[in-house]
Unconditional design. Sequence first.
Length: 396
Amino acid sequence: MIQSTRFACFSVTFLIVFVGISWSTSHDLSSNNTTSPTFYSKMRTPSAALPKVTQRPYGKTADGKAVTEFTCRNSAGNVMKLITYGATMTSLEIPDRNGKRENIILTCPDLEGFEKCQSYFGGSVGRFCNRIAKGKFSINGQPYELAVNNAPNHLHGGIKGFDKVIWDAKPREAADAAGVYFEYVSADGEEGYPGQLKVSVEYLLTNENEMTVEFRATTNKMTVVNLTNHNYWNLGGHNSGTILDHQLKVEADKFLEVDETLIPTGVLADVVGTPLNFQTFRKMGERLDQVGSDPKGYDHCFAIRDYDGSMRLAAVVKDAKSGRGMEIHTTQPGLQFYTGNFLDGGDGSGGYQQYSAFCLETQHYPDSPNQPDFPSTLLAPGDEYVQKTIHRFFGE
């Protein structure tokens, strides 16, 4: 009897370990060939703790829908928090050069704050992130009209985009990562878009201090899709002041020229000789006066160099004061750089002032449905939309 019991215990233990290894292997990020040997030297803290996800009620929306918060910890003790409202990241705590953890993304104090916020803090944005000119496009000659919620254009999926709906969610725990898997079904005609869209996004915080975002989507009718995470970053900490002294390097030789309403003209212009030249490290704020926008600041899309749909480096950001750094790798062709120009300290800005953070949104180009020379955002029945972005944090 004792031998039989021991064998049963051994079998169960082996099965648990085997399943854990299998899930971890399928989500292993360490083999990606974009890894730099300088990473992690000051970001890893040895710990016996395994990655862990806990959850709790976060409140109810104004229309009475329950929202859940997930807290994800990696083996180093770094923390990522997400809520089911908008599949939104509410906090990401990463250590500085001295090991002090701070939340490095803009956030709101509670659910009511997120509902009042008009700046898309941390949200999973869709069905089409960025702008579509005049809220109109056609597929195979069939015209579609969308809400004009950023006059005169459509922005970030409309009046109630994916960042404002409640997603289904499941925790993800493995030996090398902790995170949350979200799912949402967007009905045919929602916000004017054709086709039912089944969409998922998985956020993971790995033991290598990588935060990964992977979107997937399928449809039953030809439609357009462009999904992104809309974190506002401040590597000094979300309440540390402006990001104007952050240094940025972008892997791009060209940017999308835009008109006065921030719609691409169709021209991919050379960055050389312009304030959009970040081919070497430059402070984000040193050339704001040259950008020529009102209010002053960047809100431009870069064309990532040598795009072919594979994972590649898009940008590097450093904050000299805290010693935190971040690399962004992505399968997407574009990188929207925004310096928080429209933040004004009000409820719509979560109380944050202008230039309190920057965005580097990996995505397809703005207005792609109306620009046949841009990489296509069309999704057909039977095909799957898959895009992934990796944020790698390091210390100096």
